[in-house]
Design a protein around this ligand. Sequence first.
Ligand code: FRU
Length: 488
Amino acid sequence: MKNLIAEANQAVEQFAGQVKARYYPAYHIAAKSGWINDPNGLIYFNNQYHVFFQHHPYNEQWGKIHWGHVVSDDLVHWRNLPIALAPSQEYDKDGCFSGCAIDDNGILTLIYTGHVVLKEAGDKSVFKQVQCLATSKDGIHFEKQGVIVTPPEGIMHFRDPKVWRQDDQWYMVVGVNDHDNTGQVWLYHSQDLYHWQFVQVLAKMADPNVYMLECPDFFPLGDKYVLTCSPQGMKANGYHYRNRYQSGYIVGDWQPGSPFTITQDFTELDFGHDYYAPQTLISHDQRRIVIAWMDMWDSVMPSQADKWAGVLTLPRTLMLSSNNKLLINPITELKSLRGIQKKITSINLSNVIQDLQLDSMQCELILKIDLTNSDAERAGIALSASPDGKQSTLLYVDNQAQRVILDRTYSGEGMVGYRSVALPADKFLTLHIFIDHSSVEVFVNEGQATLTSRIYPTSEKRTLFLFAENGALRVEQLDYWQIKNMRG
Ligand code: FRU
């Protein structure tokens, strides 16, 4: 039999030579070459963090999906490992779709969706999806053990299993498009990981337009349970749901044998352009950490010209606030990547643009704006800006709309439009920003909201400007760090 994994690894190496630095991340997970989408199989196992991802190694487009694999000791520095899964069996021959990893009594075990196309017809293709299991002795090479869950008759979209252990049982959530064309999350349970029984429909979306809930994850946080998922079919509504598909969370109460009773209905997890298919893991010290795909289906992806596409977000901690909202912050381990530092205090600007002369290729910034002493109509920071200021990504306070805006109109190749969140009703607005070649991640006021977007600046030199239009901006403090490369 052909060694499909070896062939796929070779393809990745072959194209890696064509990957250029201009958009390639220095401290985010990405494939050496080729396409990636969802993070899969996140787990802390045998003192190491594993991240797998949906990967098409043969070119920079989505295709027959494999599982790529990286490991880390600290959630910051990641090493590439060989591809873990390749489509090879009659039940997964058209793709090893998204899934999870678990520790089965010391055996690293992957549970994923086997995808088989029965009839090719674009959007109307007919396919079959089943849940499959693979095990590993060394944490690198995996042996497929076959199909463990098949869908009931007539269910076609049935994917993205997330499994956990509780009260001596295994539980699994799966995303489903039900017979009535609604998006649902189904719950299964098992004693042995190989035989599964359907328990209940854990959740449906109230929005009748939602036809599929992709990539569900379900976990305890504080004294609640949180369901994260990626609904398809929602329509844009004002400032909300403006991307092709959404990702969000639902908070409620649950225990085995009971329904999931909702206390906080669907809320978006991120408000930027590029955030999808989040999955969580528990860190060595019991923090709940989320990683997502930092792209969106059907977006322009200029890095494809360089033989690669797709990046994962930084790992972020999840905490539940007293009003059942998620607080989302970068993991503190990232501080180990901080390099050259600059701190500026008390900057007062009025009707001007100020070049900070700080390199904006790969950096971290904390910008503390005094809102009570800033009356500019628009004021903030231009990120990844060309020295002449013509190209930049604008992050600013719009005082008239009372919103924090991330504007990609001048962000580079193929970029348009803005995203925003409500301006917090506090004295200070703190914007914690990570820039890495072709991405911007913004954490607003200690994680009350995040905005995540890809950008494609063409300038080789990238700087930062502060600006205030028609009025004043007072920056209490600006902290800047260059960020080191995480690879070698
Ligand atoms: C989400 C998704 C999953 C599926 C995978 C296929 O982005 O569509 O539902 O398993 O990607 O690559």
